[in-house]
Write a protein that binds this ligand. Structure first.
Ligand code: S3P
Length: 189
């Protein structure tokens, strides 16, 4: 299944463990688009891991690098872009996403306990600075939820394989484009 031609890019948001990177890579492969993970862009530019950037330069510097990386890729065509879970907290990123034309912003949703369990099951769990801050997790999650919920589409991922999430995403995009086109004559903005 291909996305409707009115859509030029798909942006994946959601908390850590939502599956943005895994799902994004499978989605991009399925529709023949490029996949870019914002964290990977930041790491290759800084020649440091996200954990090293947090530890050596602080979260504020990481967030500034994150906005730059997103700004550079957000206008690419035929692109699936996975944002880091905290990107949405930065106002400049939210403004950028709000102005993107012909784009579909997707929130991959799951309850916090499932997200944390998924992260802890990954070999790189110890390298997640935000996961290490257990006391701050719920606060961050609650602060971000309203922003995640501003996405065009929300996909509930609990209990679904990444492949099944991709199928749900494509179905939801197809349905939304049909509905929006029928009622307003415009594509997703
Ligand atoms: C972060 C999530 C991470 C990464 C960084 C900060 C966060 O990305 O950007 O560790 O603030 O939630 P993922 O959501 O891809 O794990």
């Amino acid at each position: 299944m291909s996305p409707p031609h009115t859509i030029r890019r798909i942006v994946l948001t959601g908390f850590m463990g939502a599956g943005k990177s895994t799902v994004g890579a499978i989605l991009a492969q399925r529709i023949g688009w490029e996949f870019v993970d914002a964290d990977t862009v930041i790491e290759s530019r800084a020649e440091k891991t996200v954990a090293e950037i947090f530890a050596q330069r602080g979260e504020a510097v990481f967030r500034a690098l994150e906005v730059e990386a997103i700004r550079e890729y957000a206008l690419h065509d035929s692109l699936v872009l996975a944002l880091g879970g905290g990107a949405i907290e930065t106002e400049a990123t939210r403004k950028l996403l709000a102005t993107l034309d012909r784009s579909c912003i997707l929130f991959l949703d799951a309850p916090l306990d499932i997200l944390v369990a998924r992260c802890l099951a990954q070999p790189a769990a110890a390298e997640r600075p935000v996961l290490a801050d257990r006391e701050g997790l719920l606060r961050r999650f609650n602060a971000r939820l309203p922003y995640y919920r501003n996405a065009h589409l929300t996909i509930a991922t609990a209990g679904l394989s990444p492949q099944a999430v991709v199928t749900r995403i494509l179905e939801a995009i197809e349905k939304r484009c049909t509905t929006v086109a029928a009622t307003q004559g415009v594509p997703i903005r």
